[in-house]
Design a protein around this ligand. Structure first.
Ligand code: NAI
Ligand SMILES: CCC(=O)/C=C/C=C\C[C@@H](O)/C=C/C=C/C=C\[C@@H](O)CCCC(=O)O
Length: 263
């Protein structure tokens, strides 16, 4: 496929634009990654996994103590726009964005939607501007942390569940951006993992005397390291675009099958 990208003294500059279908795994070493909610829990393990692969990692977390303990480069403000601009000015590029920050049902419902969904949308849009090959970027990969509660109903957290279904639908709807902008967008859907968010949810159920529901959740927990391995798989596998990765105790890492996504 060829396209005119400009003129130099009247000479058309024609380049063959190879379809962005590089073979082989994406090389993480030297790339620049952003992890929101990277101060603890799953996000912290995402940072460690990416650091271990040689990536430069920018961590964004409202709990500055956790953020500072893991990242010295980033100042107190965690505005997403500042985050992206700071990353680009410091490292030159944004290659990997993990929209991972999230809060459980117990927060105010508007806050749950704002953080779990609106911020994922905002972060994705800002990162796509920075990454897009149309804007001189080198493409990239965006991993949106949804949940198995973005595939299955959650009686214990209907608003949380709605936010995660939104993340899944939003991520799947951007699968055309790979061809147009060189950007892959995937959703990762872990089941229950032992983090502060999970513990807060268990406490909420226990306080509501829903001991059986709490027991069921604890019976199917997965490891945080497994979630990080799933994220790395999505980053390295260039064939994964618009994918919905599931991580469950029953089946480990696999992908949600969907009938044709076209009408
Ligand atoms: N733990 C679990 O069972 C599961 C968690 N998830 C999702 O994984 C993601 C990470 O959650 P966990 O590590 O479990 O929770 P966590 O509470 O241990 O870590 C979440 C981090 O995000 C930060 N954060 C919250 N709001 C923020 C904001 N507005 N800006 C920046 N940072 C913010 C928190 O300060 C915290 O450090 C969330 O999106 C959650 O919904 C998905 C499936 C299962
Ligand atoms: C209290 C609601 C809440 O915010 C709980 C969050 C707990 C962990 C993170 C979440 O993303 C994990 C969800 C896993 C869901 C798996 C399958 C669901 O169908 C179980 C529904 C259990 C229930 O809500 O009663």
């Amino acid at each position: 496929m060829e396209d005119c990208i400009g003129h130099d003294n009247g000479v058309e500059i024609l380049v063959e634009i190879n379809m962005i279908c590089k073979s082989g795994p994406m090389k993480i070493e030297g790339k620049v990654a952003i992890v929101t909610g990277g101060g603890q829990g799953i996000g912290e393990r995402f940072c460690i996994a990416l650091l271990e692969k040689g990536a430069n990692v920018v961590i964004a977390d409202i709990k500055t103590r956790q953020g500072e303990s893991l990242s010295k480069q980033f100042n107190q403000k965690y505005g997403l726009n500042h985050l992206i601009n700071y990353t680009k000015s410091t490292f030159g590029n944004v290659d990997i964005l993990c929209n991972n920050a999230g809060v459980p049902e117990m927060e105010q419902w508007e806050k749950v939607l704002n953080i779990n969904l609106n911020s994922v949308i905002r972060g994705t849009k800002l990162a796509m501007e920075a990454m897009s090959t149309k804007n001189g970027g080198r493409g990239g990969i965006i991993i949106n942390t949804a949940s198995m509660g973005g595939i299955l109903p959650m009686p214990s957290g209907p608003v949380y569940c709605a936010s995660k279904f939104g993340v899944v639908g939003f991520s799947r709807s951007l699968d055309t951006c790979y061809e147009s902008d060189g950007i892959r967008v995937n959703a990762i859907c872990p089941s229950f993992a032992p983090t502060s968010l999970f513990e807060a949810s268990i406490d909420s159920l226990v306080n509501a005397n829903q001991h059986e529901e709490a027991r069921k959740m604890k019976a199917i927990i997965i490891s945080i390291d497994q979630v990080a391995r799933g994220m790395i798989q999505l980053v390295e596998d260039d064939t994964k675009n618009g994918a919905v990765m599931r991580i469950t105790a029953a089946k480990g890492i696999d992908y949600q099958p969907y009938r044709s996504s076209k009408l």
